[in-house]
Design a protein around this ligand. Structure first.
Ligand code: NAD
Length: 329
């Protein structure tokens, strides 16, 4: 299949593109490079620099490349920033996705895999299943929910087949067979706990901040479910294949095991051998106390299961990436 990967110069989109190619698909990447990197794109993959809000540029890309399917990763992703500047999130994420869906409809492209998020859930103490209450705590989560709802209507009205994958916390790096890091996290600015923590042993920051140590959790810090990007990537390959027979899919992608922020920092200490000082600060708006996935549904329906569930392996791969690419791409 020929897949137009929107946002494929970013962290998860570039790794997933490599997995699509390995599975025998053809990939074209479309990205405005606002937060992505030309060097993250796998070798020999055609690249179109363009914005999802630019209908004419999308139209030209669809005409030139005639894709059979779209994998849509492009978004602004910082939940914290979305609580101070909501307009750019609604515009980029929601208006951009609707523009993309309209161009897909115009070109009769009927398959989409979409990057959704755990941030659509209200959150609870036990692993979340797809039927659990929805209630985003941030504008970012709300934009993803709005797109999921839009997908449902494009299915009903235009016959779109889609799969919305609700990732929990994407982490880790893609390594080659010799353990060399090929692709990893290089968000600018970085807001994710693992890369920020690893900046301490890299000598890029003095300490790691814990935003809130008074949450209703055993050690007072937020609990999250970390999923290796290679496991996310393999789930997209399964989801894309399933679009032939499944018209509407929504799946969680996580390991079903939560780690507190303090536990993550402890594992990073073990992996790096650095003591990694911690500074406790106030809570950030938009952070739910606990977000852990039940990925039982995608396992049951598509047979997907994570190959790298161990947090130590996830952090070790991230450390291999950051040590070899201290300044990103
Ligand atoms: N990283 C996570 O832990 C996580 C968790 C849940 C969901 N997600 C979702 O996964 C997707 C990918 O996340 P990521 O971590 O790879 O982020 P990323 O910032 O590395 O990648 C996003 C890519 O989209 C591009 N982009 C953004 N706006 C665009 C626009 N208007 N037009 C064209 N390209 C645009 C950026 O340049 C970037 O290359 C996002 O949709 C995000 O919401 C990520």
């Amino acid at each position: 299949m020929k897949i137009l990967v929107i946002g494929g110069a970013g962290y998860i989109g570039s790794a997933t593109s490599a997995y699509f190619i390995a599975a025998g698909h053809k990939v074209i990447i479309y990205d405005n490079l606002s937060h992505g990197y030309r060097d993250a794109i796998p070798p020999d993959v055609p690249f179109v620099q363009g914005d999802i809000c630019d209908r004419a540029a999308l139209d030209a890309a669809f005409s030139a490349h005639q894709p059979d399917a779209v994998a849509h990763f492009a978004a602004l992703i910082e939940a914290g920033e979305s609580m101070t500047n909501p307009g750019i999130f609604f515009h980029n994420n929601v208006v951009g996705a609707i523009t993309l869906l309209d161009v897909m409809t115009q070109h009769n492209v009927k398959r989409m895999v979409f990057s959704s998020t755990a941030a659509v859930y209200a959150g609870k103490d036990a692993p979340l299943s797809e039927d659990d209450p929805i209630g985003p705590a941030s504008v970012y989560g709300e934009t993803k929910l709005m797109i999921e709802r839009t997908l449902r209507w494009y299915h009903r009205v235009h016959g779109l087949h889609y799969c919305a994958l609700r990732y929990f916390n994407a982490a880790g790096a893609m390594l080659d067979g010799a353990g060399q890091a090929l692709r990893g996290e290089a968000h600018q600015p970085e807001s994710h706990l693992i890369p920020l923590t690893l900046q301490v042993p890299l000598g890029k920051r003095e300490s790691i901040s814990l935003f809130g140590a008074d949450y209703p959790t055993p050690d007072g810090t937020c609990i999250r479910d970390y999923i290796h990007i290679e496991d996310l990537a393999s789930a997209h390959v399964s989801a894309l294949d399933a679009l032939d027979t499944h018209e509407e899919m929504i799946y969680n992608l996580g390991n079903g095991r939560g780690y507190s922020n303090r536990e993550v920092i402890d594992v990073a200490r073990q992996v790096t051998g650095h003591q990694i000082p911690v500074v406790e600060t106030d809570r950030r708006p938009g952070d739910a106390p606990i977000l852990v996935a039940s990925a039982e549904k995608i396992n049951r329906e598509l047979g997907w299961r994570p190959n790298h569930p161990d947090l130590r392996d996830i952090i070790a791969s991230a450390w291999a990436w950051h040590k070899s690419h201290p300044d990103g791409y």
